[in-house]
Design a protein around this ligand. Sequence first.
Ligand code: B12
Ligand code: SF4
Ligand code: SF4
Length: 375
Amino acid sequence: MAFADARDDEIARERLRASFARGDLATWPFDDAYADRAASPAATLAHARSVVCLAVAYATPPGRAQPLRGRVSNYAWSRDYHRVVRALVGGVARAIDDLAGGTVTAIACDTAPLAERALAERSGLGWIGKHTNVIVPGAGSFVFLGEIVTTLELPADGPTKKTCGSCSRCVSACPTGALRGDYTIDARRCIADLTQRTDAIPRDLRALVGDWVWGCDLCQDVCPPTLRAGATGGEAFAPLDAETAAPDLGGLLRLRSGTFKRRFKPTAMGWRGAAVLRRNAAVALGNALDRSAVPGLAEAVALDPHPLVRGHAAWALGRIGSPSAYAALADALRSEAEPSVREEIVAALVPESRMRPLRETFDRRAALDAREELG
Ligand code: B12
Ligand code: SF4
Ligand code: SF4
Protein backbone atom coordinates (compact mmCIF):
# COMPACT_ATOMS: atom_id res chain seq x y z
CA MET A 1 0.00 0.00 0.00
CA ALA A 2 1.26 3.53 -0.79
CA PHE A 3 -0.18 7.04 -0.92
CA ALA A 4 -0.26 9.58 -3.76
CA ASP A 5 -1.64 13.10 -3.78
CA ALA A 6 -4.72 13.51 -5.96
CA ARG A 7 -3.54 16.30 -8.26
CA ASP A 8 -4.17 16.10 -12.00
CA ASP A 9 -1.34 14.18 -13.69
CA GLU A 10 -0.18 16.05 -16.80
CA ILE A 11 2.37 13.42 -17.76
CA ALA A 12 -0.11 10.54 -17.58
CA ARG A 13 -2.66 12.60 -19.55
CA GLU A 14 -0.13 13.23 -22.34
CA ARG A 15 0.99 9.56 -22.40
CA LEU A 16 -2.59 8.37 -22.62
CA ARG A 17 -3.43 10.91 -25.33
CA ALA A 18 -0.32 9.99 -27.32
CA SER A 19 -1.14 6.29 -27.17
CA PHE A 20 -4.75 6.89 -28.30
CA ALA A 21 -3.52 9.17 -31.11
CA ARG A 22 -1.16 6.40 -32.35
CA GLY A 23 -4.17 4.04 -32.40
CA ASP A 24 -2.56 1.70 -29.86
CA LEU A 25 -5.88 1.33 -28.03
CA ALA A 26 -8.10 1.47 -31.12
CA THR A 27 -10.08 -1.59 -30.01
CA TRP A 28 -11.19 0.34 -26.90
CA PRO A 29 -13.63 3.28 -26.70
CA PHE A 30 -10.90 5.60 -25.33
CA ASP A 31 -10.54 9.23 -26.44
CA ASP A 32 -9.05 12.52 -25.22
CA ALA A 33 -11.98 13.05 -22.82
CA TYR A 34 -11.20 9.63 -21.28
CA ALA A 35 -7.54 10.64 -20.91
CA ASP A 36 -8.58 13.84 -19.12
CA ARG A 37 -10.80 11.96 -16.68
CA ALA A 38 -8.27 9.15 -16.13
CA ALA A 39 -5.52 11.62 -15.23
CA SER A 40 -7.71 13.39 -12.70
CA PRO A 41 -8.70 11.52 -9.49
CA ALA A 42 -11.15 14.37 -8.78
CA ALA A 43 -13.23 13.02 -11.69
CA THR A 44 -13.73 9.86 -9.59
CA LEU A 45 -14.46 11.73 -6.33
CA ALA A 46 -15.11 15.47 -6.08
CA HIS A 47 -12.64 17.32 -3.84
CA ALA A 48 -10.27 14.33 -3.82
CA ARG A 49 -6.99 15.05 -2.02
CA SER A 50 -5.28 11.67 -1.79
CA VAL A 51 -5.24 8.24 -3.37
CA VAL A 52 -4.43 5.06 -1.46
CA CYS A 53 -2.86 2.66 -3.99
CA LEU A 54 -2.99 -1.06 -3.37
CA ALA A 55 -1.41 -4.00 -5.14
CA VAL A 56 -2.84 -7.49 -4.71
CA ALA A 57 -0.48 -10.32 -5.72
CA TYR A 58 -2.14 -13.00 -7.85
CA ALA A 59 0.61 -15.27 -9.24
CA THR A 60 -0.08 -18.95 -8.66
CA PRO A 61 2.15 -21.69 -10.15
CA PRO A 62 2.06 -21.29 -13.95
CA GLY A 63 0.31 -23.66 -16.34
CA ARG A 64 2.28 -25.74 -18.84
CA ALA A 65 1.57 -26.04 -22.57
CA GLN A 66 -0.26 -29.33 -23.18
CA PRO A 67 -1.22 -30.88 -26.52
CA LEU A 68 -4.69 -29.84 -27.73
CA ARG A 69 -5.34 -27.79 -24.60
CA GLY A 70 -5.63 -24.01 -24.50
CA ARG A 71 -3.55 -21.74 -22.31
CA VAL A 72 -5.24 -19.26 -19.98
CA SER A 73 -3.52 -16.33 -18.33
CA ASN A 74 -2.87 -16.51 -14.62
CA TYR A 75 -5.15 -13.53 -14.01
CA ALA A 76 -8.24 -15.19 -15.48
CA TRP A 77 -8.37 -18.78 -14.26
CA SER A 78 -9.63 -18.03 -10.75
CA ARG A 79 -12.87 -16.46 -9.52
CA ASP A 80 -13.17 -13.04 -11.20
CA TYR A 81 -10.50 -10.84 -9.64
CA HIS A 82 -12.70 -7.75 -9.85
CA ARG A 83 -14.91 -9.15 -7.09
CA VAL A 84 -11.99 -10.30 -4.92
CA VAL A 85 -9.99 -7.05 -5.22
CA ARG A 86 -13.05 -4.81 -4.84
CA ALA A 87 -14.04 -6.69 -1.66
CA LEU A 88 -10.52 -6.16 -0.25
CA VAL A 89 -10.25 -2.51 -1.28
CA GLY A 90 -13.86 -1.85 -0.23
CA GLY A 91 -13.09 -3.24 3.25
CA VAL A 92 -10.22 -0.78 3.72
CA ALA A 93 -12.36 2.08 2.36
CA ARG A 94 -15.17 1.31 4.79
CA ALA A 95 -12.68 1.32 7.69
CA ILE A 96 -11.49 4.80 6.58
CA ASP A 97 -15.10 6.02 6.28
CA ASP A 98 -15.88 4.68 9.76
CA LEU A 99 -12.88 6.47 11.23
CA ALA A 100 -13.85 9.70 9.43
CA GLY A 101 -17.50 9.38 10.52
CA GLY A 102 -18.91 9.67 6.97
CA THR A 103 -18.25 8.78 3.34
CA VAL A 104 -14.86 10.21 2.35
CA THR A 105 -13.83 7.53 -0.18
CA ALA A 106 -14.56 6.07 -3.61
CA ILE A 107 -12.95 2.86 -4.83
CA ALA A 108 -11.64 1.80 -8.25
CA CYS A 109 -10.31 -1.39 -9.81
CA ASP A 110 -9.86 -1.81 -13.55
CA THR A 111 -13.22 -0.58 -14.84
CA ALA A 112 -13.14 3.05 -13.60
CA PRO A 113 -11.66 5.73 -15.86
CA LEU A 114 -8.54 6.13 -13.73
CA ALA A 115 -4.88 5.82 -14.81
CA GLU A 116 -4.15 3.11 -12.26
CA ARG A 117 -0.58 2.38 -13.35
CA ALA A 118 0.39 6.05 -13.31
CA LEU A 119 -0.97 6.40 -9.76
CA ALA A 120 0.84 3.25 -8.61
CA GLU A 121 4.06 4.66 -10.04
CA ARG A 122 3.58 8.11 -8.51
CA SER A 123 2.81 6.65 -5.07
CA GLY A 124 6.01 4.58 -5.17
CA LEU A 125 4.11 1.29 -5.04
CA GLY A 126 6.24 0.17 -8.00
CA TRP A 127 7.58 1.18 -11.38
CA ILE A 128 6.12 0.74 -14.86
CA GLY A 129 8.21 -1.84 -16.74
CA LYS A 130 8.89 -2.12 -20.45
CA HIS A 131 6.04 -4.67 -20.59
CA THR A 132 3.93 -1.70 -19.37
CA ASN A 133 2.87 -3.50 -16.17
CA VAL A 134 3.61 -2.09 -12.73
CA ILE A 135 6.36 -4.04 -10.99
CA VAL A 136 6.17 -4.02 -7.19
CA PRO A 137 9.55 -4.63 -5.53
CA GLY A 138 9.39 -8.05 -3.85
CA ALA A 139 6.05 -8.99 -5.44
CA GLY A 140 6.83 -8.58 -9.15
CA SER A 141 4.28 -7.60 -11.81
CA PHE A 142 1.61 -10.29 -11.31
CA VAL A 143 -0.33 -7.84 -9.13
CA PHE A 144 -3.77 -6.32 -9.55
CA LEU A 145 -4.13 -2.65 -8.77
CA GLY A 146 -6.89 -1.06 -6.71
CA GLU A 147 -7.33 2.49 -5.43
CA ILE A 148 -9.15 4.35 -2.72
CA VAL A 149 -9.65 7.95 -3.74
CA THR A 150 -10.34 10.08 -0.68
CA THR A 151 -11.07 13.65 0.32
CA LEU A 152 -8.73 13.16 3.31
CA GLU A 153 -5.24 14.62 3.09
CA LEU A 154 -2.76 11.77 3.63
CA PRO A 155 1.05 12.07 3.58
CA ALA A 156 2.14 11.27 -0.01
CA ASP A 157 4.94 8.78 -0.74
CA GLY A 158 7.42 9.41 -3.56
CA PRO A 159 8.20 7.29 -6.64
CA THR A 160 10.68 4.42 -6.33
CA LYS A 161 14.13 4.81 -7.89
CA LYS A 162 14.06 1.25 -9.27
CA THR A 163 13.91 0.84 -13.05
CA CYS A 164 14.24 -1.86 -15.71
CA GLY A 165 17.75 -0.66 -16.49
CA SER A 166 19.15 -2.19 -19.65
CA CYS A 167 16.91 -5.31 -19.48
CA SER A 168 14.57 -5.89 -22.41
CA ARG A 169 13.67 -9.57 -22.00
CA CYS A 170 9.92 -8.89 -22.21
CA VAL A 171 10.33 -7.11 -25.55
CA SER A 172 12.16 -10.12 -27.05
CA ALA A 173 9.66 -12.59 -25.53
CA CYS A 174 6.55 -10.98 -27.00
CA PRO A 175 5.53 -13.15 -29.98
CA THR A 176 3.50 -10.46 -31.73
CA GLY A 177 5.92 -7.52 -31.45
CA ALA A 178 3.36 -5.56 -29.39
CA LEU A 179 6.00 -4.10 -27.06
CA ARG A 180 8.10 -1.32 -28.56
CA GLY A 181 10.70 -1.28 -25.79
CA ASP A 182 10.06 2.39 -24.97
CA TYR A 183 7.40 1.60 -22.30
CA THR A 184 4.61 1.73 -24.86
CA ILE A 185 2.54 -1.06 -26.35
CA ASP A 186 0.52 -1.48 -29.51
CA ALA A 187 -2.38 -3.16 -27.70
CA ARG A 188 -3.96 -4.13 -31.05
CA ARG A 189 -1.16 -6.70 -31.37
CA CYS A 190 -1.31 -7.90 -27.75
CA ILE A 191 -2.70 -11.43 -27.33
CA ALA A 192 -4.57 -10.25 -24.22
CA ASP A 193 -6.50 -7.89 -26.49
CA LEU A 194 -6.77 -10.24 -29.47
CA THR A 195 -8.37 -13.00 -27.36
CA GLN A 196 -11.01 -10.68 -25.92
CA ARG A 197 -12.03 -8.62 -28.93
CA THR A 198 -15.51 -9.49 -30.20
CA ASP A 199 -14.80 -9.16 -33.93
CA ALA A 200 -12.37 -11.07 -36.14
CA ILE A 201 -8.76 -11.52 -35.03
CA PRO A 202 -6.70 -10.00 -37.88
CA ARG A 203 -5.64 -12.88 -40.12
CA ASP A 204 -1.93 -12.03 -40.08
CA LEU A 205 -1.84 -12.23 -36.26
CA ARG A 206 -3.74 -15.51 -35.76
CA ALA A 207 -0.72 -17.80 -36.09
CA LEU A 208 1.11 -15.69 -33.47
CA VAL A 209 -1.62 -16.24 -30.87
CA GLY A 210 -0.38 -19.83 -30.46
CA ASP A 211 -2.32 -21.84 -27.89
CA TRP A 212 -3.56 -18.89 -25.79
CA VAL A 213 -7.36 -18.88 -25.46
CA TRP A 214 -7.55 -16.01 -22.95
CA GLY A 215 -4.92 -13.40 -22.08
CA CYS A 216 -1.17 -13.96 -22.23
CA ASP A 217 1.62 -14.00 -19.65
CA LEU A 218 4.73 -14.40 -21.81
CA CYS A 219 6.25 -10.95 -21.18
CA GLN A 220 5.82 -11.32 -17.41
CA ASP A 221 6.96 -14.95 -17.31
CA VAL A 222 10.47 -13.80 -18.34
CA CYS A 223 10.59 -10.63 -16.20
CA PRO A 224 13.44 -11.01 -13.64
CA PRO A 225 11.80 -9.22 -10.67
CA THR A 226 8.58 -11.13 -11.35
CA LEU A 227 10.44 -14.45 -11.59
CA ARG A 228 12.32 -13.70 -8.39
CA ALA A 229 9.05 -12.97 -6.55
CA GLY A 230 7.57 -16.38 -7.51
CA ALA A 231 4.01 -17.52 -6.81
CA THR A 232 2.95 -14.82 -4.37
CA GLY A 233 -0.82 -15.05 -4.98
CA GLY A 234 -3.19 -16.35 -2.31
CA GLU A 235 -5.68 -19.23 -2.46
CA ALA A 236 -8.34 -16.87 -3.92
CA PHE A 237 -6.37 -16.76 -7.21
CA ALA A 238 -5.80 -20.51 -7.66
CA PRO A 239 -7.45 -22.03 -10.77
CA LEU A 240 -11.16 -22.82 -10.29
CA ASP A 241 -10.37 -26.29 -11.70
CA ALA A 242 -7.99 -27.96 -14.16
CA GLU A 243 -10.40 -27.59 -17.08
CA THR A 244 -10.75 -23.82 -16.57
CA ALA A 245 -6.99 -23.37 -16.36
CA ALA A 246 -6.26 -25.42 -19.52
CA PRO A 247 -9.46 -26.11 -21.45
CA ASP A 248 -9.66 -29.06 -23.82
CA LEU A 249 -9.75 -27.28 -27.19
CA GLY A 250 -12.22 -29.69 -28.82
CA GLY A 251 -14.64 -29.18 -25.93
CA LEU A 252 -14.13 -25.41 -25.97
CA LEU A 253 -14.93 -25.33 -29.70
CA ARG A 254 -18.34 -26.86 -28.89
CA LEU A 255 -18.95 -24.62 -25.85
CA ARG A 256 -22.63 -23.79 -25.41
CA SER A 257 -24.31 -21.41 -23.01
CA GLY A 258 -24.97 -23.91 -20.16
CA THR A 259 -21.32 -24.92 -19.71
CA PHE A 260 -20.21 -21.36 -20.41
CA LYS A 261 -22.36 -20.03 -17.57
CA ARG A 262 -21.19 -22.71 -15.16
CA ARG A 263 -17.48 -22.79 -15.96
CA PHE A 264 -16.45 -19.40 -17.36
CA LYS A 265 -19.02 -16.83 -16.22
CA PRO A 266 -17.62 -16.75 -12.64
CA THR A 267 -14.14 -15.91 -14.01
CA ALA A 268 -12.68 -12.85 -15.77
CA MET A 269 -13.08 -14.85 -19.02
CA GLY A 270 -16.84 -14.58 -18.76
CA TRP A 271 -17.55 -11.07 -19.98
CA ARG A 272 -17.35 -11.55 -23.76
CA GLY A 273 -19.60 -14.59 -24.13
CA ALA A 274 -19.27 -18.18 -25.39
CA ALA A 275 -18.77 -17.42 -29.13
CA VAL A 276 -15.52 -15.49 -28.44
CA LEU A 277 -14.13 -18.51 -26.55
CA ARG A 278 -15.20 -20.86 -29.39
CA ARG A 279 -13.45 -18.54 -31.87
CA ASN A 280 -10.29 -18.62 -29.73
CA ALA A 281 -10.46 -22.42 -29.55
CA ALA A 282 -10.64 -22.56 -33.37
CA VAL A 283 -7.51 -20.40 -33.69
CA ALA A 284 -5.60 -22.46 -31.10
CA LEU A 285 -6.63 -25.71 -32.85
CA GLY A 286 -5.38 -24.30 -36.17
CA ASN A 287 -2.09 -23.46 -34.50
CA ALA A 288 -1.82 -26.96 -33.02
CA LEU A 289 -1.42 -28.25 -36.63
CA ASP A 290 -2.89 -31.58 -35.53
CA ARG A 291 -5.02 -33.48 -38.06
CA SER A 292 -7.10 -35.04 -35.29
CA ALA A 293 -8.72 -31.59 -34.90
CA VAL A 294 -10.16 -31.63 -38.44
CA PRO A 295 -13.52 -33.38 -37.69
CA GLY A 296 -14.33 -30.89 -34.90
CA LEU A 297 -13.33 -27.91 -37.04
CA ALA A 298 -15.32 -29.31 -40.00
CA GLU A 299 -18.39 -29.49 -37.76
CA ALA A 300 -17.78 -25.92 -36.55
CA VAL A 301 -17.35 -24.45 -40.05
CA ALA A 302 -20.56 -26.12 -41.17
CA LEU A 303 -22.78 -25.79 -38.12
CA ASP A 304 -21.64 -23.20 -35.58
CA PRO A 305 -24.46 -20.65 -35.18
CA HIS A 306 -21.98 -17.72 -35.07
CA PRO A 307 -20.32 -16.48 -38.32
CA LEU A 308 -17.25 -15.40 -36.31
CA VAL A 309 -16.64 -18.99 -35.24
CA ARG A 310 -17.37 -20.47 -38.70
CA GLY A 311 -14.89 -18.00 -40.24
CA HIS A 312 -12.08 -18.78 -37.79
CA ALA A 313 -12.74 -22.53 -38.06
CA ALA A 314 -12.27 -22.12 -41.83
CA TRP A 315 -8.93 -20.41 -41.22
CA ALA A 316 -7.88 -23.21 -38.87
CA LEU A 317 -8.74 -25.88 -41.47
CA GLY A 318 -6.70 -23.99 -44.07
CA ARG A 319 -3.77 -23.78 -41.64
CA ILE A 320 -3.87 -27.54 -41.01
CA GLY A 321 -4.12 -27.99 -44.77
CA SER A 322 -4.75 -31.76 -44.98
CA PRO A 323 -6.87 -33.30 -47.77
CA SER A 324 -9.80 -33.80 -45.35
CA ALA A 325 -9.46 -30.18 -44.15
CA TYR A 326 -9.68 -28.92 -47.76
CA ALA A 327 -12.66 -31.24 -48.43
CA ALA A 328 -14.47 -29.80 -45.41
CA LEU A 329 -13.76 -26.26 -46.68
CA ALA A 330 -15.05 -27.09 -50.17
CA ASP A 331 -18.24 -28.58 -48.66
CA ALA A 332 -18.75 -25.54 -46.45
CA LEU A 333 -18.36 -23.17 -49.40
CA ARG A 334 -21.26 -24.90 -51.19
CA SER A 335 -23.71 -24.20 -48.35
CA GLU A 336 -22.37 -20.99 -46.70
CA ALA A 337 -24.40 -17.85 -47.39
CA GLU A 338 -22.72 -15.30 -45.08
CA PRO A 339 -20.27 -13.17 -47.16
CA SER A 340 -17.67 -12.73 -44.38
CA VAL A 341 -17.49 -16.50 -43.84
CA ARG A 342 -17.35 -17.23 -47.59
CA GLU A 343 -14.40 -14.84 -47.78
CA GLU A 344 -12.63 -16.72 -44.97
CA ILE A 345 -13.28 -20.07 -46.67
CA VAL A 346 -11.91 -18.83 -50.01
CA ALA A 347 -8.83 -17.39 -48.28
CA ALA A 348 -8.31 -20.72 -46.49
CA LEU A 349 -8.67 -22.71 -49.72
CA VAL A 350 -6.37 -20.43 -51.67
CA PRO A 351 -3.49 -19.38 -49.43
CA GLU A 352 -1.89 -15.96 -49.92
CA SER A 353 1.19 -17.46 -51.64
CA ARG A 354 -1.05 -18.94 -54.34
CA MET A 355 -3.34 -15.87 -54.45
CA ARG A 356 -0.47 -13.52 -55.38
CA PRO A 357 0.18 -14.83 -58.93
CA LEU A 358 -3.59 -14.99 -59.51
CA ARG A 359 -3.94 -11.37 -58.39
CA GLU A 360 -1.00 -10.29 -60.55
CA THR A 361 -2.57 -12.01 -63.58
CA PHE A 362 -5.83 -10.30 -62.75
CA ASP A 363 -4.11 -6.89 -62.36
CA ARG A 364 -2.23 -7.34 -65.69
CA ARG A 365 -5.50 -8.29 -67.43
CA ALA A 366 -7.27 -5.27 -65.87
CA ALA A 367 -4.39 -2.96 -66.99
CA LEU A 368 -4.58 -4.29 -70.57
CA ASP A 369 -8.37 -3.85 -70.61
CA ALA A 370 -8.02 -0.28 -69.34
CA ARG A 371 -5.39 0.49 -72.01
CA GLU A 372 -7.63 -0.92 -74.71
CA GLU A 373 -10.53 1.15 -73.44
CA LEU A 374 -8.42 4.34 -73.54
CA GLY A 375 -7.49 3.47 -77.13
C1 B12 B 1 -7.18 -1.36 -21.56
C2 B12 B 1 -6.45 -2.30 -20.63
C3 B12 B 1 -5.75 -3.36 -21.19
C4 B12 B 1 -5.48 -3.44 -22.69
C5 B12 B 1 -4.32 -2.47 -23.02
C6 B12 B 1 -3.13 -2.64 -22.08
C7 B12 B 1 -2.15 -1.48 -22.06
N1 B12 B 1 -0.91 -1.80 -21.76
O1 B12 B 1 -2.52 -0.33 -22.27
C8 B12 B 1 -5.11 -4.94 -22.86
C9 B12 B 1 -6.36 -5.75 -23.17
C10 B12 B 1 -4.05 -5.25 -23.90
C11 B12 B 1 -4.69 -5.29 -21.43
C12 B12 B 1 -3.86 -6.34 -21.16
C13 B12 B 1 -3.46 -6.68 -19.89
N2 B12 B 1 -3.91 -6.15 -18.74
CO1 B12 B 1 -5.05 -4.59 -18.67
N3 B12 B 1 -5.96 -2.97 -18.40
C14 B12 B 1 -6.47 -2.10 -19.21
C15 B12 B 1 -7.09 -0.90 -18.46
C16 B12 B 1 -8.60 -1.10 -18.39
C17 B12 B 1 -6.75 0.48 -19.06
C18 B12 B 1 -5.27 0.64 -19.40
C19 B12 B 1 -5.01 1.88 -20.20
O2 B12 B 1 -5.55 2.93 -19.93
N4 B12 B 1 -4.16 1.74 -21.21
C20 B12 B 1 -3.67 2.86 -22.00
C21 B12 B 1 -2.21 3.07 -21.59
C22 B12 B 1 -1.53 4.18 -22.38
O3 B12 B 1 -2.30 3.45 -20.25
P1 B12 B 1 -1.49 2.68 -19.07
O4 B12 B 1 -1.44 1.24 -19.33
O5 B12 B 1 -1.97 3.14 -17.76
O6 B12 B 1 -0.11 3.27 -19.49
C23 B12 B 1 0.89 3.69 -18.73
C24 B12 B 1 2.18 3.10 -19.33
O7 B12 B 1 1.94 2.62 -20.65
C25 B12 B 1 3.08 4.25 -19.23
N5 B12 B 1 3.56 4.87 -20.47
C26 B12 B 1 2.92 5.14 -21.62
N6 B12 B 1 3.75 5.80 -22.44
C27 B12 B 1 4.93 5.95 -21.78
C28 B12 B 1 6.11 6.52 -22.16
C29 B12 B 1 7.19 6.50 -21.24
C30 B12 B 1 8.46 7.15 -21.62
C31 B12 B 1 7.06 5.87 -19.98
C32 B12 B 1 8.19 5.82 -19.00
C33 B12 B 1 5.84 5.28 -19.61
C34 B12 B 1 4.80 5.34 -20.52
O8 B12 B 1 2.41 5.31 -18.56
C35 B12 B 1 1.05 5.20 -18.91
C36 B12 B 1 0.16 6.11 -18.15
O9 B12 B 1 -0.04 5.66 -16.84
C37 B12 B 1 -6.38 -1.04 -17.06
C38 B12 B 1 -7.19 -0.55 -15.86
C39 B12 B 1 -7.09 0.97 -15.71
N7 B12 B 1 -8.23 1.61 -15.50
O10 B12 B 1 -6.02 1.54 -15.80
C40 B12 B 1 -6.10 -2.57 -16.98
C41 B12 B 1 -4.78 -3.02 -16.30
C42 B12 B 1 -3.70 -2.12 -16.80
N8 B12 B 1 -4.58 -4.37 -16.85
C43 B12 B 1 -4.07 -5.18 -16.02
C44 B12 B 1 -3.66 -6.49 -16.34
C45 B12 B 1 -3.42 -7.45 -15.18
C46 B12 B 1 -3.49 -6.89 -17.68
C47 B12 B 1 -2.79 -8.16 -18.20
C48 B12 B 1 -1.57 -8.58 -17.39
C49 B12 B 1 -3.78 -9.33 -18.28
C50 B12 B 1 -3.26 -10.53 -19.07
N9 B12 B 1 -2.31 -11.27 -18.55
O11 B12 B 1 -3.71 -10.81 -20.15
C51 B12 B 1 -2.42 -7.75 -19.64
C52 B12 B 1 -1.03 -7.12 -19.71
C53 B12 B 1 -0.61 -6.83 -21.11
C54 B12 B 1 0.37 -5.68 -21.15
N10 B12 B 1 1.61 -5.98 -21.50
O12 B12 B 1 -0.03 -4.55 -20.85
C55 B12 B 1 -3.79 -4.53 -14.67
C56 B12 B 1 -2.28 -4.20 -14.64
C57 B12 B 1 -1.63 -4.49 -13.30
C58 B12 B 1 -0.18 -4.09 -13.34
N11 B12 B 1 0.62 -4.81 -12.56
O13 B12 B 1 0.24 -3.17 -14.03
C59 B12 B 1 -4.71 -3.25 -14.74
C60 B12 B 1 -4.17 -2.04 -13.99
C61 B12 B 1 -6.06 -3.68 -14.13
C62 B12 B 1 -6.00 -3.77 -12.59
N12 B12 B 1 -6.75 -2.92 -11.90
O14 B12 B 1 -5.29 -4.55 -12.03
N13 B12 B 1 -5.18 -4.41 -20.54
S1 SF4 C 1 0.80 -10.08 -22.93
FE1 SF4 C 1 1.74 -11.39 -24.52
S2 SF4 C 1 1.20 -10.43 -26.48
FE2 SF4 C 1 0.78 -8.92 -24.85
S3 SF4 C 1 2.63 -7.67 -24.73
FE3 SF4 C 1 2.90 -9.36 -23.25
S4 SF4 C 1 3.93 -11.00 -24.41
FE4 SF4 C 1 3.14 -9.54 -25.89
S1 SF4 D 1 11.50 -8.06 -18.45
FE1 SF4 D 1 13.10 -6.58 -17.95
S2 SF4 D 1 12.60 -4.79 -19.24
FE2 SF4 D 1 10.78 -6.07 -19.17
S3 SF4 D 1 9.60 -5.20 -17.52
FE3 SF4 D 1 10.79 -6.90 -16.66
S4 SF4 D 1 12.65 -5.88 -15.86
FE4 SF4 D 1 11.67 -4.44 -17.24
